[in-house]
Design a binder for this molecule. Structure first.
Ligand code: OKP
Ligand code: ZN
Length: 324
């Protein structure tokens, strides 16, 4: 399969507030370098293209995009931590803005759209290795290290091209509150997420089971909140259910919001998935036999990110069931 990459190496946020203390921000280019190296060795790279801002405006209003640009410009000499969330349009204190934020977030969108265009043209699987991530960004709020919602922009673009159902499977440890909210009333783009329960984990505000969509989208949003410390035993039950939903819907394209922060060695996520569990994840997604666009979300340990990615894609690209 092909991959496209944009790590935005000049975008390095350093600050985050956690439990009242300034801590080191983990969302850095370093975290994905080993994953990228692995892909560079074995896979064909697509060059990132630039797309019109209009594709962004289908998800985020112009004023919000402009606002993120202005916040970045104002952060020329000083990384900026949001203070008044409704004014800053950033909903948490873990999402600082640097001078490079706007360009990086925009480049991540372009990388993602490059992958999306390729899958429309070829119906072949693509992996977009990029940052900053996107699934926490709503139409007009940044948060959780996310500014523009890469997966939502790609899915909106995909739907506009093929006019057939799209499913988004979000397997980052955190609930993709942004993606859910963007498609909450949209029956054509179905959101399915498995994550640490919002009772105990970021983003706190959504990800409950009873959030099923609204209006025409009622019944097309699916949340599987799990208790922290879940291992493959518990995780696999939710994962099977998620895959059953996808099989029933039979979308033309599957978008996977792919986070490796479900791995036991991740410093932020709390699940206990082992490296070998990612073999099974790869196998089962492969078994759906639906063209799949993988979009990078979280994963904050360089080594476990590599273990998870290499195992997942090794099996995604062949067909062996280690657990059978
Ligand atoms: C982004 B992604 C903030 C502590 C939590 C935010 C975590 C964002 C995860 N005070 N930080 O879904 O991996
Ligand atoms: Zn996450």
């Amino acid at each position: 399969m092909k991959f496209v990459s944009q790590l935005n190496e000049d975008y390095i946020p350093t600050l985050e507030i956690d439990k009242g203390k300034i801590v080191k921000n983990p969302e850095t280019p370093e975290r994905l370098k080993k994953v990228l190296k692995y892909f560079e060795t074995f896979h064909e790279r697509l060059e990132v293209k630039n797309y019109p801002l209009n594709l962004l405006f289908h998800v985020h209003p112009k004023w919000y995009v402009q606002h993120i640009k202005e916040l970045s410009e104002k952060s020329k000499d000083n990384e900026y931590l949001p203070e008044v969330f409704l004014k800053d349009r950033i909903f948490d204190s873990g999402t600082p803005v640097t001078f490079q934020t706007y360009n990086a977030a925009l480049s991540a969108v372009n990388a993602t759209l490059t992958g999306a265009e390729e899958i429309v043209k070829t119906k072949e699987n693509v992996y977009v290795i990029t940052r900053p991530p996107g699934h926490h960004a709503t139409t007009d709020f940044a948060g959780g290290y996310c500014f523009f919602n890469n997966a939502a922009i790609a899915s909106t673009f995909l739907y506009s091209q093929i006019k057939e159902k799209i499913c988004i499977l979000d397997i980052d440890f955190h609930h993709g509150n942004g993606t859910q909210s963007i498609f909450y009333e949209n029956p054509e783009i179905v959101y399915i997420s498995i994550h640490g329960t919002p009772e105990h984990y970021f983003p706190w505000i959504s990800g409950y089971k009873d959030e099923i969509g609204e209006g025409k989208g009622k019944g097309t949003n699916f949340n599987f909140p799990l208790s922290g410390k879940s291992s493959w035993n518990e995780y696999s039950i939710a994962f099977e259910k998620a895959l059953d939903i996808i099989t029933k819907i039979s979308p033309a394209i599957l978008v996977v919001s792919l986070g490796y922060d479900t791995h036991i060695d991740d410093p932020i996520g709390d699940f206990k998935l082992e490296s070998r569990d990612f073999f099974q994840i790869g196998y089962e997604i492969k078994n759906l036999k639906i063209p799949t666009l993988f979009i990078q979300e979280g994963g904050y340990n360089k080594e476990s990110n590599f273990e998870a990615a290499s195992n997942l894609f090794k099996n995604f690209e062949k067909e062996v069931n280690l657990y059978a």
